[in-house]
Design a protein around this ligand. Structure first.
Ligand SMILES: [Zn+2]
Length: 358
């Protein structure tokens, strides 16, 4: 890994100096040097140059210097999985080596679907292989109805059946950690910085775990009841929610976006139609009579229609509006407009996205 990254840095330097950024032109200038200097095999050298080329594709104005333990890419010529518990890959010294490995139940069932390249990643003293797999994408069933799902702050997700997935657990932890983090940032010492990094990892993993569970439950419920899922179009969320600064910070954090992503890909894998609908006024419109007024929403939690007297939890009411909009938009003729994927085919997922919680 270290030699490959050094080789990539060298390749980038040679390309940068000569103002050439393509694989063949950099190859011509340093392939031989890389092979001799870093003792890499032909294919490893090609891969190392490839990493520099990729960096240039992002930005040609800077000369990249690669971290010694940055991820490196293997392809089928230099890595292959040998049975259930070992992998053969090219490494120094000596070339091909058989390395024992472990993986989870989920990965085990998908070993035969690994496609293309595999990334070798070094994290906290352990090596990981990140593989891409092909996943069959079942044809989405014709929904008989829609499950409206309102994504929010207090309740991470509320569906139109009235079920609430409470975010309090996640939220309180996040606020607590944010406070702690600020303190650490002020201290600013090396060890405080290290604590900071560890902390963000813990927090992220916890939120990911919650999101996997919540999204899995919602998609399973829709599947069981032959329903599609209607969530709000993303652009509307910031407009709609009036939240305090702290809440907004929570809302806009990536955990919120992650839940959407999880819902989307799990729906796809389960053959559940997911559509995004216009969220405008969904929180202040009465789901029974359609009357829209700001005063309908008395508090964060309470919805009470000033026209017909209908009362409900505010998030549930919003979710029911999304459901209605889903039903209106989900008519087969208009489906292409609302981004419902019905096609049968294959979709690529990274191993990180297709996690064991599925
Ligand atoms: Zn009403």
């Amino acid at each position: 890994m270290e030699r490959v990254n050094e080789a990539s840095t060298l390749a980038a330097q040679r390309g940068f100096e000569a103002h050439v950024f393509s694989q063949p032109s950099i190859h011509k200038r340093c392939y031989r040097e890389i092979r001799d200097r870093f003792c890499l095999s032909a294919q490893m050298a090609v891969r190392a140059i490839g990493k520099a080329v990729e960096a240039f594709q992002r930005d040609k104005s800077i000369r990249p210097v690669f971290r010694l333990h940055g991820a490196i890419t293997y392809d089928a010529r230099i890595l292959c999985f040998k049975g259930p518990d070992r992998v053969s890959l090219w490494a120094l010294p000596g070339g091909r080596m058989i390395i024992p490995m472990v993986y989870g139940e989920y990965q085990k069932q998908r070993l035969d679907r690994i496609r293309g390249q595999v990334d070798l990643v070094y994290r906290k003293g352990k090596f990981y292989l990140y593989a891409t797999i092909d996943v069959a994408e079942p044809k989405a069933a014709e929904p008989v109805d829609f499950l409206g799902v309102d994504l929010g702050i207090v309740n991470i997700a509320t569906d139109s059946d009235g079920e609430r997935h409470c975010g309090s657990q996640v939220r309180s932890m996040r606020i607590r950690r944010r406070r702690f983090r600020r303190k650490l940032q002020k201290i600013g010492t090396w060890s405080a910085k290290r604590k900071l990094r560890v902390l963000s990892g813990v927090e992220r993993r916890f939120a990911t775990w919650v999101n996997h569970n919540v999204s899995k439950q919602i998609v399973a419920k829709a599947k069981r009841s032959d329903r599609g899922i209607a969530i709000e179009e993303l652009t509307g969320i910031r407009r709609r929610v009036q939240a305090g600064r702290r809440q907004r910070a929570v809302l806009h954090s990536w955990a919120f976006l992650q839940l959407r992503k999880f819902l989307e890909y799990k729906a796809l894998l389960m053959g559940v139609l997911l559509i995004r609908v216009d969220p405008r006024n969904s929180s202040r419109t009465c789901s029974r009579c359609g009357h829209a007024e700001k005063g309908n929403r008395k508090t964060q939690e309470e919805f009470s229609c000033r026209a017909c007297g209908y009362r409900s939890h505010a998030d549930t009411n919003a979710a029911m509006n999304l459901r209605e909009r889903g039903r209106a938009a989900g008519k087969p003729a208009e489906r292409s407009v609302v981004d419902g994927r019905l096609g049968h085919g294959f979709r690529r997922l990274s191993a990180a996205a297709a996690s064991p919680h599925l």
